[in-house]
Design a protein around this ligand. Structure first.
Ligand SMILES: [Zn+2]
Ligand SMILES: [Zn+2]
Length: 272
């Protein structure tokens, strides 16, 4: 067979380097959907898109893979997405729905010797308190995972060959982080974002942002607030996450959204 001519050269190489893939590992609020014992219509739905594990996302580019948050569904999420290795975990904040899966990082710790964590100081202090055995330096249990703590502040930091920009958002009164990777930004559990931080969200291809339910909530955007936020920053596409059973059926809510806004669902992948 004749050899096909090579195409693209440098231009294609750059394209591969910029290519980023995100996988929604979980898109539910803190109790997930269905809620244990709940008989609401959404919790009883047969549509698999109405079943949501706790919010988390996998970000991949080149040969790298990072997970944002490590909630109680982490093990299931790694198995469902067939993740065999990760380069590290970034934390948005310390609430249990974003951190309670920590013990299940053990397969990655055993494989690589340790797992890199990226988090700000209050998250690190909280994890040390709640998972003291992981951070113990004396009388360590042999099976405990090893972690390497990378404390971050509200300044860009590098992950392999890209710069990640933290976006500070208010989750009620708690200051937490979203993260911008090139043209992609992930924000969860936001209720307010200052004008200064909004300034970091220009020219995005994809933004993921939380939209809890229709009614307002003291610590999370409701649907209208998420749509207002999206309207202000004008990304090419937006995906809603951290969804409660009170938002409504995936299928019905999807139909009322602006044309560049989508409800995410567990297992959804987006490439850019
Ligand atoms: Zn949450
Ligand atoms: Zn939270």
């Amino acid at each position: 067979m004749p050899q096909l001519p090579a195409v693209g050269g440098l231009k294609d190489k750059n394209k591969i380097k910029e290519h980023m893939k995100i996988t929604f590992l979980g898109t539910g609020t803190s109790q997930g959907i269905p809620v244990i014992g709940c008989r609401s219509d959404v919790c009883s739905s047969d549509d698999p898109r109405d079943q949501r594990l706790r919010s988390s996302i996998l970000v991949e580019w080149d040969n790298y893979a990072y997970v944002i948050d490590c909630g109680p569904d982490f093990r299931r999420q790694m198995l469902d997405a067939k993740v065999t290795n990760i380069n590290g975990i970034l934390f948005t904040h310390y609430h249990a729905d974003h951190t309670a899966g920590l013990d299940d990082i053990r397969p990655f710790s055993h494989k690589n010797g340790s797992v890199q964590f990226y988090a700000k100081n209050d998250v690190i202090e909280n994890l040390k308190e709640r998972f003291a055995y992981i951070f113990a330096t004396e009388n360590r249990y042999i099976g405990a995972p090893n972690v390497v703590l990378n404390e971050i502040t509200n300044k860009p930091f590098s992950l392999k060959n890209i710069n990640v920009i933290p976006i500070e958002v208010l989750h009620g009164t708690l200051k937490i982080f979203g993260y911008r990777f090139n043209d992609f930004t992930y924000i969860t559990d936001a209720k307010n974002i200052t004008a200064k931080e909004m300034g970091k969200l220009q020219n995005l291809k994809v933004v993921v942002v939380n939209a809890l339910r229709i009614d307002s909530h003291p610590t999370h955007f409701n649907l209208q607030q998420s749509l207002d936020f999206i309207e202000e920053i004008k990304p090419e596409r937006a995906f809603l996450t951290h969804i409660s059973h009170k938002l409504g059926f995936h299928d019905e809510v999807s139909k009322i959204l602006p044309e560049n806004v989508f409800l995410s669902f567990d297992g959804l992948t987006v490439e850019m």
